[in-house]
Design a protein around this ligand. Structure first.
Ligand code: 13P
Ligand code: SF4
Length: 360
């Protein structure tokens, strides 16, 4: 295994040696002829990926798709993956809830998680018999890193008897210490379904405040935040709208309540995609991670996507090269302690069951 450092207790990949290994095993040189023969895939992203870049990506896309068959593997790609991953190699794409639901039912021996570490842990928790591979173990999340299981116990001591609803953007230990999970697409409904007037939400303070604004419950929360969404300000959005009154502003609920109040719609990443599909505004500003607009640009040629956007440095650790590497070596297998996994599964499964019951 090529390691050159440790991120927390997770190893970081040594890219120089990884590249050497891959180039010995596969023909990964830029290949315009191969790229031409893969037009069916390219046409899903040709508005945002140049022909020259496609000639670079095509050999990786082919090698990964061939290797997936050999390994009986599927790739679960989050909506924040770059277009060559999202359209080129992912078997299922979606928001955190959709990916968790797929992980529980997908038929394969191997899951490659094209997303961040907590998503791979969730897949392993729901499909313990499958091998779950993380292209880069260092793909963390500022929310998941903001709280530990001790933090959950602190909140329980402060608000005795209140149920703990934890965002899926948490470690398996935090999920295990919680009563139920939620995602951005079901948070309000999950909180409303709790049998208590006060509900503890962790770890995203802004998601919790946005939920509180739509719920009858008293929501108390942990003070974590997403380093991507906390950067947006209501002043920026107002200035943008003044400049371009036609623009529709669509925000993720990890943004501050002030940003949400300035927006035309708020929803999970898949909720945002659906809203743009359904409404087809002439101009849209997606107040979330940059790849979202790139991934739907080809399907929606009539929509002009306004920047700015903010990039997630964790999601962007995932590349075609690293996906190929883990499928080639079967390294970076995600493991969850068996006892923790049983308890964490109860929290995730409770969320999935409730979401299904509520028709979400
Ligand atoms: P969703 O895809 O569930 O909306 O989550 C967004 C996110 O930031 C995941 O890390
Ligand atoms: Fe975590 Fe925010 Fe990145 Fe999502 S966008 S993985 S919440 S840091």
């Amino acid at each position: 295994m090529h390691l050159n450092a440790l991120i927390g207790n997770r190893p970081m990949l040594d890219l120089t040696n990884l590249r050497k290994d891959l180039n010995e095993a596969y023909d990964l040189k830029p290949n315009p002829e191969l790229a031409d023969s893969m037009q069916d895939i390219y046409q899903t992203m040709d508005r945002v990926i140049s022909p020259a870049d496609w000639a670079i990506y095509a050999p990786y896309v082919k090698a990964i798709n061939d290797l997936k068959k050999e390994r009986n593997a599927v790739i679960l790609g989050h909506n924040y993956m770059t277009p060559e991953i999202f359209h080129g190699v992912s078997d299922f794409v979606g928001d955190s809830l959709q990916l968790a639901m797929q992980a529980g039912k997908v038929e394969a021996d191997v899951i490659v998680q094209a997303g961040v570490h907590f998503m791979a842990e969730t897949s392993k928790i729901l499909s313990p018999e499958k091998t779950v591979l993380m292209p880069d173990m260092a793909a963390g999340c500022s929310l998941a890193e903001s709280i530990t299981a001790e933090g959950i116990e602190e909140m329980r001591a402060k608000y005795p008897g209140a149920p703990v609803v934890s965002y899926v953007n948490t470690t398996a230990e935090v999920k295990a210490a919680s009563d139920i999970c939620c995602t951005s697409s079901n948070a309000v409904q999950i909180v409303d379904a709790m049998d208590s007037d006060t509900v503890i939400m962790t770890p995203d303070q802004f998601l919790a405040q946005n939920v509180a604004n739509q719920s009858k419950k008293k929501v108390v929360f942990w003070e974590g935040s997403c380093i991507v969404h906390e950067l947006y300000t209501a002043d920026d959005l107002r200035a943008y709208r003044e400049l371009d009154p036609e623009v529709k502003i669509i925000a993720h609920p990890e943004c501050t309540p002030a940003v949400v109040a300035e927006s035309d719609f708020t929803g999970s990443t898949s909720g945002i995609i659906k809203w743009v599909h359904d409404n087809k505004p002439s101009k849209a500003m997606l107040v979330t991670e940059c790849s979202m607009a790139s991934n739907i640009a080809d399907e929606l040629p009539e929509v002009e996507f306004a920047k700015p956007c903010n990039m997630c440095p964790y999601m962007k650790k995932i590349s075609l090269e690293k996906i190929l590497y883990v499928l080639h070596t079967m390294e970076n297998q995600v493991e969850v302690d068996a006892e923790v996994a049983v308890k964490a599964r109860q929290s995730v499964q409770a969320m999935i069951d409730l979401s299904k019951k509520l028709g979400l």
